[in-house]
Design a protein around this ligand. Structure first.
Ligand code: HH2
Length: 382
């Protein structure tokens, strides 16, 4: 079995190494001990062992330290021929990914400079049945006005969806989805200065939306529901949001179970990135999204938010879509989605602090302020 590495923390980082053999843990322990007396301006990393049961198969180690200390440790591991070189390579990559924030995504000439500030994706659901705003923007004129209002209020992307993917929703016929969204995308892609994203898992719909001017494909299935979605994205050169879902919208909320929700969602996203790369998608055009509410209980959603920083290890910007969702209503005892704006604000602020670079929201003007304030705090030097 290959060693598996995980990273978390801020200032002092923690790298967890799983699936080590007892020989590897012994070697690692001795290298870390000897590095204690090593030269260099940084003190040796703190080192904790955990979950190690001698003689009982794969073990784990947790390394903590600042980036400089951890890089020094990985250089010691790289120099030791008894340790597979893949371990130190993975360690360096994990650190680089985790600390990276300079993401820039070119969306057909409209640049998202995600390293500069948090971006807001405004939701435009042209559906009769979305969980929060179903029916409100189903008419073309109202939809156009709402999109323009969101852009004027500071939205950096407008995400247009023609099919609700709320829990229990049945799939919509392609023709109807196209009828709802294509004329809008054509108008808004040329009228607005911000890029248009299409919220669909159907490659045939994505293809026509791209032809109409969409610059981002937002696929709630993470490139899984349509077998050629990755090819459509690759051939057109647009950006893509790879989101995690467990099951389908129809059945995803029927008692979802995970052994390790963060680990499993990350593995799904990592595999989604691989699918995209294999099809020829430019890595720099990929965003990832843990899929709040898509095959997750209240507890799963809360854990994902609390540990959101761990997704940064995948080396792609994190997009988060908590807006007005049911888990907020459950915590606050607020059954009406439109009244979950303050709860949404809490998730937006915390999401940004944990590293989300794009927030998908209904209440654009309010969340632009929340994001701006949170950015100011997070970017202050401490
Ligand atoms: N959530 C919804 C739809 N699309 N896309 C991404 N990337 N992330 C999300 O969390 C996400 C999404 C569901 O919300 P909404 O569009 O408001 O509702 P509905 O599916 O009922 O139209």
């Amino acid at each position: 079995m290959e060693p598996v590495l995980r990273i978390s923390g801020r200032g002092a980082l923690a790298i967890t190494l799983n699936n080590l053999t007892s020989g590897q843990t012994a070697l690692l322990d001795s290298i870390v001990r000897s590095s204690d007396s090593g030269a260099g301006s940084d003190p040796a990393p703190f080192f904790f062992s955990s979950e190690h049961t001698p003689g009982k198969g794969p073990a784990a180690r947790v390394l903590t330290g600042n980036p400089g200390q951890l890089r020094r440790l990985f250089s010691l591991l790289a120099a030791d021929h008894r340790i597979p070189s893949s371990l130190s390579q993975k360690g360096y990559l994990l650190l680089d990914n985790y600390l990276r924030s300079d993401y820039k995504i070119d969306c057909r000439g409209k640049l998202l400079d995600l390293g500069r500030r948090t971006h807001i994706m405004g939701i435009l659901n042209v559906t009769p049945d979305s969980f929060s705003d179903g029916g409100r923007y189903a008419g073309a004129e109202r939809a156009l006005t709402h999109a323009r209002d969101m852009a004027a209020a500071g939205a950096d992307i407008i995400d247009i969806g023609g099919e609700s993917t709320r829990p229990g929703a049945a799939p919509l016929a392609e023709e109807e989805e196209l009828r709802r969204i294509i004329p809008l995308i054509e108008r808004l892609a040329s009228d607005l200065a911000v890029p248009i994203s299409v919220d669909t898992y159907k490659s045939s719909v994505a293809k026509k939306a791209i032809k109409a001017g969409a610059a981002i494909v937002n696929d709630i299935s993470g490139l899984r529901f349509s077998h050629d979605m990755a090819n459509v994205v690759a051939e057109s050169g647009v950006a893509v949001v790879i989101m995690h879902i467990k099951g389908t919208p129809r059945d995803m909320q029927q008692s979802p179970v995970y052994d390790d929700v963060v680990g499993e969602v990350m593995a799904y996203l990592e595999e989604g990135i691989e699918i995209a790369l294999k099809a020829g998608v430019d890595r720099e055009k990929i965003l990832i999204d843990p899929g709040i509410g898509f095959g997750k209980t209240l507890e799963h959603n809360l854990i994902i938010l609390n540990r959101l920083q761990e997704f940064r290890a995948l080396g792609r910007p994190v997009l988060l879509g908590p807006s007005r969702k049911k888990f907020i209503g459950t915590v606050l005892g607020v059954p009406v989605p439109e009244q979950r704006v303050d709860g949404t604000a809490a998730t937006v602020a915390l999401g940004i602090e944990r590293g989300a670079r794009v927030l998908r929201v209904h209440d654009v003007a309010r969340m632009v302020q929340v994001a701006k304030m949170t950015d100011a705090i997070v970017n202050s030097k401490f």
